[in-house]
Design a protein around this ligand. Structure first.
Ligand code: CP
Ligand code: NVA
Length: 308
């Protein structure tokens, strides 16, 4: 039984296998209806419980469809509608009960500690559907999206522009180490990657450049990524943060400093006119809708990996 909490918890070989399985399964089901099961139905008779402490469109939909395509079923639990560590039931007891009913749990939480604690008490795997610390499922699906159109990501240059200290940038740094690509982060000093992830990246010899010059970060890039300036967990002065991040907006001018065939990625939801302009996100280089779709395919593979 394996949990999928951080990219850094897995070996490069395991992560590569997850991506290759996702590619293969996606190809094999071409022509099938969106929610039709794969021929081998590896999750038949099994189910997943999903708990969302925070809003979600893509993670909610893509896990539900992923489970259907694997031949299983899913149930969404609203933390306000279940005991979930409140009142008379501890988190441990909720975890023990869920372990009796379902085969795997997906949790989106504001507290990474909650996720780790929940994982400790569950007798079944738990998948991180976004925490304040990391968003590994999104980054795995982004690797899949990159490789589908542009081939192996190894040795390529990926640029992360904007908030350099959030769940997405943390998981991307971990992915740079595991998949061997160069990561250039363009962010203001105030929103640079935190010490914990920088220490991890040094220890793991990640090819990482952090600069406060957005043009330097995007130069010669194969893939440009950004994210909302104000994340769901951010307890900041929004006005101040947005003002500081303004020079890091991905617009046509900045994007033109990347390679001419670079792709643009955004995990969504997007702050249009803030971290990215409409002409970039709706432009030819953008692959954001395929990114959303690929959540399904990457997560099928992650679920399988957890249960194999
Ligand atoms: N990208 C992503 O995780 O989107 P949701 O918040 O809609 O799940
Ligand atoms: N960094 C963003 C990602 C949303 C999918 C957030 O946590 O809100």
């Amino acid at each position: 039984m394996k949990n999928f909490i951080n990219i850094s918890d897995c070996s490069s070989v395991e992560l590569r296998a997850i991506i290759e399985e996702a590619k293969k399964r996606k190809q094999n089901r071409s022509g099938l209806n969106k929610s039709a099961p794969d021929n081998d139905k590896p999750f038949e008779g099994k189910s997943m419980a999903m708990i969302f402490e925070k809003p979600s469109t893509r993670t909610r939909m893509s896990f539900d469809i992923a489970v259907k395509q694997l031949g299983g079923s899913s149930i969404i639990l609203n933390p306000d509608g279940i005991h979930y560590g409140k009142g008379d039931e501890t988190l441990k007891d909720t975890a023990k009960v869920l372990s009796e009913y379902v085969d795997i749990v997906m949790l989106r939480t504001s507290s990474h500690k909650n996720l780790e604690e929940f994982g400790k008490h569950l007798d079944i795997p738990v998948i991180n559907g976004l925490s304040n610390v990391s968003h590994p499922c999104q980054i795995m699906s982004d690797i899949l999206t990159y490789e589908e159109s542009n081939g192996s990501i190894e040795g390529k240059i990926v640029s992360w522009i904007g908030d350099g200290n959030n769940n997405m940038s943390n998981s991307l740094i971990e992915a740079a180490g595991k998949f061997n690509f160069q990561l250039k982060i363009g962010c203001p000093k105030k929103y640079a990657p935190n010490k914990t992830i920088l220490n991890w990246s040094k220890k793991n010899k990640v090819n990482l450049i952090v600069t406060n010059k957005p043009y330097e970060a995007i130069k010669d890039s194969d893939c440009v990524m950004t994210d909302k300036w104000i994340s769901m967990n951010d307890k900041v002065n929004k006005k101040v943060k947005k003002k500081i991040l303004k020079p890091y907006q991905v617009n046509k001018k900045l994007m033109s400093a990347a390679k001419s065939d670079a792709i643009f990625m955004h995990c969504l939801p997007v702050g249009r006119g803030e971290e990215v302009t409409d002409d970039v996100i709706d432009g030819k280089q953008s692959v954001v809708w395929r990114q959303a779709l690929n959540r399904v395919h990457a997560q099928k593979s992650i679920i399988k990996w957890c249960l194999d």
